[in-house]
Unconditional design. Structure first.
Length: 261
């Protein structure tokens, strides 16, 4: 099943996507719902971020190539993580598919993509085992962890390099049936394939992270966990279009624009 969050006229709803149509529902996949009797053409609705999470978790350096890439950029020795650590992002940075990523006027003007698998929590989870971790998911969507690298190198935290408004495209929907070992992530920049990797080839997988997090922090329905990216993460400028595709889920496209004066 594919769950989308969308706006039609002035109403924001959840709906079930079937091909090129969407069936609005009453309620949500997180708290119960009733199916409607009508459907709408997808082309007539605006897809939004498929969930606005209460807590927004993000994994860093979860692919071997990206750890080397980051070490080169920061001019530091490569440090491969020995345990699963997690950080946070701001939900206020989220945008939906086809919404523009805005490069702030204060930026040097160059930002980079990070195409990521996103796990969406469906049930309250505490002290979860790796073996049962996937049982607590609603499904998976796609994220693009847009990063302003100059700020990332200069600042003590990633507060603006990762969390500036519009820097977190997510969507287009949540796919509830996914086979992790079969997934491939592809990133296209202006229709040119620039990155391709096996999505599940992580240092620490989805199950491990959920098990680790829930030993200390309760995960709630609607929380999201962004699972990191693989190298390369390349420069983008205003006028570019980036598309992140993950098998069995879909494609998340984002135009890049400059902030208006």
């Amino acid at each position: 099943m594919r769950w989308a969050r969308f706006k039609h006229k002035e109403t924001i709803s959840y709906g079930i996507v079937d091909g090129e149509r969407i069936e609005p529902v009453s309620g949500s996949p997180f708290s119960g719902y009733e199916r409607g009797k009508e459907s709408l053409p997808l082309a007539q609705v605006k897809l939004l971020p498929p969930v606005i999470p209460g807590n927004f978790y993000a994994v860093g350096f979860n692919y071997l190539g990206h750890t080397a890439e980051a070490a080169d950029f920061l001019a530091k020795p490569q440090k491969i993580p020995k345990k699963p650590d997690v950080g946070y992002r701001s939900a206020s940075a989220l945008i939906g598919p086809d919404e523009p990523v805005v490069i702030p006027a204060a930026s040097a003007g160059v930002i980079q993509f990070e195409g990521e698998l996103v796990a969406v929590i469906g049930k309250t989870a505490k002290h979860v085992s790796e073996a049962n971790a996937l049982d607590y998911l609603l499904g998976f969507t796609i994220g693009n962890d847009i990063s302003e690298r100059a700020w990332q190198a200069l600042d003590r935290t990633v507060w603006r390099s990762k969390n500036t408004d519009t820097f977190k495209p997510m969507g287009p929907w949540i796919e509830t049936v996914v086979s992790l070992p079969e997934l491939t992530t592809r990133v296209r920049l202006n229709d040119r394939l620039v990155s391709e990797f096996k999505t599940n080839n992580m240092l620490f997988g989805v199950q491990r992270y959920i098990a680790e997090i829930t030993q200390f922090v309760t995960l709630h329905p609607g929380d999201v966990l962004w699972m990191g990216t693989e190298a390369p993460t390349l420069d983008m400028r205003a006028g570019d279009v980036v598309a992140v595709e993950i098998d069995q889920i879909g494609v998340l496209r984002s135009p890049i624009v400059a902030e208006s004066p």
